[in-house]
Design a protein around this ligand. Structure first.
Ligand SMILES: [Zn+2]
Length: 622
C-alpha cells in the first residue's frame, strides 16, 4: 500500500516540501490596487503568483562523513568561512547539553564549493543488488555464501548508503530543474531519472522483501523499524500497468509545470489546464482502484499522507472554517489594505541579508535552533535569491547523503520573503534532526511538518518591531493574513479536489464554476484576493492540485495548530515555545492527532476548538 508513497518520494522529492502556499496577499493588490501603485511596485508584485511549498521528509544517513564534535557557533564571516576542519555534531552527544530535545544525527562536513548535481551511476547499486539476491534463500553451497552474519549486514548497509546517494542526486537534479524549468535538457533528464527510479526502487523492495521472508530475515529485521518491516513484508511487485500509470502521471505533471511557467493569462490557457487536470484525475483514480479504494481522496489521506483523520472530519472542518475563520481572514486582509502597504517593498533583500538579519533571534526563540541554522548558513544549503529562470516554488528537500535538508525558493522580493525563509527554516531544522533510510522513507505527516514551519513563523512575530521598525504592523498583518489564507484555502482546495475526484467526468467549465463558487464561500472574493471573474481561472495556478492533490488540507490543520501555539504565546510564551520545540522534534511518521497529543496541543477537530482559537487571536488580528 505504501507503494505510491514511495513513488511520490521519488517523483515529488522536489515538491515534497509543498510548503508554501497559499496565495500571497500581495497578489490581492494586483487585482484591486493596481491603479494606485507605482510601476516599480507593480513589477515586483508580478513576480509571483502562487508559491508552492514543500517539505518534509526526514533525514538520513551521512554516508562517508559521520563526524563527532564541533562548534555550533555563529558562522562568522560568511557561509563558507572556516569550513576546513569542521566537525558537526548534535547537541545530544555534546556533554555541555545532555538534555537536547533532538535525537543524535550526524551531518556531513561539506566542501566550500557547496553542493550540486553531479550525476549518478547505477552500476554500483546493481552490483549490490546482485550480491544481495543469494541471501533470499538458504545457502545451498557454503562456497556461495561464506559468512552470512558478517556479509549480509554489510551489504544491507551498502544498499542503504547507495540509495541515499542516489536520492541525494535526485534531489539535486530536481533543484537544478526548478532553477531552470524551461531547460529541455534538464527537464528530459529529470523525467528519465524519475522513470528509472520507479523501477530501481521496485527492484530494491523486491529483494529486501524476499530476504525478509527468507531464512536470513532476522538479520534484515535488526535494521528496520516496525513500519519499515511491515511495508516490506506486504510489498507487492509493481505491475507493468502500475509503472505505466506512474509514468503517465509524471509526464502530465511536467506538462502542467511547463504550461504554468509560460502562462501569462490563465483564462487564455484554461482549456489546456483543465484538460491536463481531467487526465490526471482519471489516472489517479485508477491508481486508487488498484489499491482497493473507491476514490483517490481516501486513498491519498490514508496511504500517501498517513492521516489519522478522515475526509468526513475534513468536511466538518470546512464548516467551522467558513463560520469562524473566514470572517477573521476578511478582516485581516482589510487591515492590511488600509496599512502603508508599499512599505513591504522596502524589504527586497537578498537571501544572505535575510538570514543575517534573522540570525540573532533564532537562538532567542530557543538555543537549540542555532545548530541547524548555523549549519544551513555555513554550508550554504539554500538557493533563495531571485532569478527569472526559477519556477515559482519554495520548498525544503532532503539530501540524505549529507544528512542535511536544502532550501530552495523563488522570492516574492518583498517583506514576505522573511516569513517564507523562517517557514522553510522550520522545515530545515526538523529535517536536520531526523534520520531514516531514504529508501524506506514514507511521505510522513505534512500536517505536523507545516506546524514546524508555520509555528516558527508566528513565534517570530515577537521580533517584528526590531526587524521592521515602523513597518512592523503592516508586515505582521501580511504574515497573519497569509497564515489565515492557509487555513481558508487549505479547506477550499481540499473541498474542490474532493468534488473533482468524486466527479471525474467534470468538464473544464464545471471545474471553473466550482472554483468560483468555493472562492466566494471561503471569503476570497470578499477579502479582495480574487474577483468573481478571475476566480473561474486563477485556481489553476495552485500547483498542488496537479502535483500533490489532497495535500492542501494539511495547510489548514497545521495552520490552526500553529495559531493555537501563537494564541498561547500571547499569554504564556515559555509554554508555547516549549510546545513548539516538542512538535519540531516529532518524527514525521507520526500521524497528526497523535503528534498533537504528544506535545500537549489541542485536537482542532473537537467541538469548539476552532471557535476558541479564532476568538483568542481576534484582538491581535483585526
Ligand atoms: Zn511548508
Amino acid at each position: 500500500m505504501k507503494l505510491l508513497c514511495v513513488y511520490y518520494i521519488i517523483l515529488l522529492r522536489d515538491s515534497d516540501c509543498h510548503c508554501s502556499i497559499v496565495p500571497n496577499i500581495v497578489e490581492f493588490l494586483l487585482n484591486h490596487w493596481k491603479a494606485s501603485i507605482d510601476d516599480d511596485c507593480e513589477t515586483k508584485m508580478k513576480k509571483k503568483s502562487t508559491t508552492l511549498i514543500t517539505t518534509i521528509l526526514i533525514i538520513a544517513i551521512s554516508v562517508f562523513t559521520c563526524f563527532t564534535l564541533s562548534s555550533a557557533e555563529d558562522p562568522g564571516a560568511g557561509p563558507f568561512a572556516q569550513v576546513s576542519g569542521l566537525r558537526w555534531t548534535d547537541d545530544a552527544k555534546n556533554p555541555k547539553n545532555p538534555d537536547s530535545i533532538y535525537p543524535y544525527v550526524s551531518h556531513a562536513d561539506l566542501s566550500p564549493a557547496g553542493v550540486a548535481y553531479s550525476g549518478y551511476d547505477e552500476s554500483r547499486l546493481n552490483i549490490i543488488l546482485d550480491e544481495l539476491k543469494p541471501y533470499e534463500k538458504k545457502a545451498a553451497d557454503d562456497k556461495v555464501i561464506l559468512n552470512t552474519e558478517t556479509a549480509l549486514p554489510l551489504l544491507l548497509d551498502s544498499l542503504f548508503e547507495e540509495t541515499d546517494r542516489l536520492n541525494t542526486q535526485l534531489s539535486l537534479l530536481d533543484i537544478k530543474y526548478y532553477k531552470d524549468a524551461n531547460n529541455e535538457e534538464i527537464s528530459d533528464l529529470s523525467a528519465k531519472y524519475a522513470d528509472q527510479n520507479v523501477a530501481i526502487s521496485d527492484e530494491c523492495f523486491q529483494v529486501l522483501r524476499d530476504i525478509l521472508k527468507g531464512p536470513n530475515g532476522a538479520l534484515l529485521k535488526e535494521k528496520l523499524t516496525d513500519e519499515e518491516e511491515e511495508f516490506l513484508a506486504t510489498y507487492e511487485d509493481m505491475t507493468a500497468r502500475e509503472k505505466k500509470l506512474y509514468n503517465k502521471e509524471t509526464k502530465l505533471v511536467q506538462k502542467y509545470d511547463k504550461l504554468l511557467l509560460n502562462c501569462s493569462d490563465p483564462k487564455e490557457d484554461n482549456r489546456e489546464f483543465t484538460q491536463i487536470l481531467s487526465d490526471l484525475v482519471k489516472v489517479r483514480n485508477q491508481i486508487a482502484h488498484i489499491y482497493g479504494y473507491d476514490n483517490y481522496p481516501d486513498y491519498a489521506y490514508n496511504e500517501i499522507y498517513c492521516r489519522d483523520y478522515s475526509s468526513d472530519d475534513a468536511a466538518a472542518l470546512y464548516a467551522d472554517v467558513k463560520k469562524y475563520i473566514v470572517p477573521l481572514y476578511v478582516a485581516s486582509c482589510d487591515k492590511f489594505y488600509h496599512s502603508d502597504v508599499q512599505a513591504i517593498f522596502d524589504y527586497d533583500d537578498s537571501g544572505d541579508t535575510i538570514l543575517e538579519r534573522i540570525a540573532p533571534y533564532i537562538g532567542q526563540i530557543h538555543p537549540e535552533l542555532k545548530t541547524s541554522f548555523n549549519y544551513l548558513r555555513r554550508f550554504h544549503m539554500y538557493d533563495i535569491d531571485d532569478s527569472p529562470q526559477k519556477l515559482d516554488v519554495g520548498f525544503t528537500t532532503d539530501l540524505p547523503e549529507y544528512g542535511s535538508p536544502y532550501i530552495f525558493n523563488k522570492p516574492y522580493c518583498e517583506a514576505a520573503d522573511y516569513s517564507v525563509t523562517i517557514h522553510e527554516f522550520g522545515h530545515f531544522n526538523a529535517g536536520f534532526h531526523h534520520k531514516d533510510h531514504s529508501l524506506l522513507m514514507s511521505e510522513g505527516s505534512y500536517d505536523i511538518a507545516e506546524i514546524q514551519s508555520q509555528g516558527l513563523e508566528l513565534l517570530f512575530l515577537e521580533y517584528y518591531d526590531e526587524l521592521f521598525g515602523d513597518s512592523a504592523d503592516v508586515v505582521e498583518s501580511e504574515t497573519i493574513s497569509n497564515i489565515l489564507a492557509g487555513i481558508v484555502t487549505g479547506c477550499m482546495y481540499d473541498e474542490f479536489q474532493q468534488e473533482l475526484f468524486a466527479n471525474p467526468d467534470m468538464s473544464g467549465k464545471e471545474m471553473n464554476a466550482l472554483a468560483a463558487k468555493l472562492a466566494d464561500e471561503y471569503g476570497l472574493i470578499d477579502a479582495g484576493y480574487t474577483s468573481k471573474d478571475l476566480a473561474h481561472y486563477d485556481w489553476v495556478q495552485v500547483s498542488h492540485t496537479y502535483e500533490s492533490p489532497m495535500y492542501y488540507i494539511s495547510y489548514a490543520t497545521s495552520a490552526l495548530s500553529a495559531l493555537d501555539i501563537w494564541a498561547e504565546s500571547l499569554d504564556d510564551r515559555n509554554s508555547a515555545v516549549d510546545k513548539y520545540m516538542k512538535i519540531s522534534a516529532v518524527d514525521l511518521d507520526k500521524a497528526y492527532l497523535e503528534g498533537l497529543k504528544e506535545c500537549g496541543l489541542r485536537n482542532i477537530f473537537e467541538d469548539g476548538v476552532v471557535k476558541d482559537i479564532a476568538e483568542t487571536i481576534k484582538p491581535a488580528v483585526q
